[in-house]
Write a protein that binds this ligand. Structure first.
Ligand SMILES: [Zn+2]
Length: 138
């Protein structure tokens, strides 16, 4: 049996390297870089080092874990968080691009985002999601 086969046999029935592990590994590298940059502040560097090693050990644990069902659930949780972050960052980018023509408000009762044309004075806004009405200066 060659080395590759031995590795394959060892990894059989284990979770392996997934998207969440990839994120954890990148996070550990970022923490390590931050720790190097902030090495003059011993307390911060120590906390970063602990976080870095915890992240790395968790990543290794997930790679070699045999509880694949649970690791897949964690990976699915990570995907939903990543999607939510993607939506949030796209919305932030859209708002930035439209900032000259529109004003954005949060509905006070349901926190939905409302877009209103700029420069229309005081308006009575109606939330499309929950129907709540509130006044804002545009
Ligand atoms: Zn609302």
């Amino acid at each position: 049996m060659n080395f590759r086969q031995k590795i394959a046999q060892f990894m059989y029935g284990r979770n392996g390297y997934d998207a969440f592990n990839q994120f954890l590994l990148i996070a550990a590298i970022v923490l390590m870089a931050l720790g190097m940059l902030l090495s003059r502040v011993p307390v911060v560097a120590m906390v970063l080092s602990i976080l870095e090693w915890t992240t790395l050990i968790y990543c290794l644990f997930r790679t070699f874990s045999k509880d694949i069902y649970k690791r897949q659930q964690e990976n699915a949780w990570y995907y939903t968080k990543r999607q939510a972050f993607g939506r949030w960052s796209r919305s932030l980018k859209d708002r930035w691009q439209q900032r000259k023509d529109y004003k954005f408000f949060r509905c006070p009762s349901c926190h939905a985002l409302l877009r209103v044309p700029k420069g229309k004075g005081k308006l009575l806004l109606t939330c499309r999601k929950c129907g709540n009405r509130f006044e804002r200066k545009t």
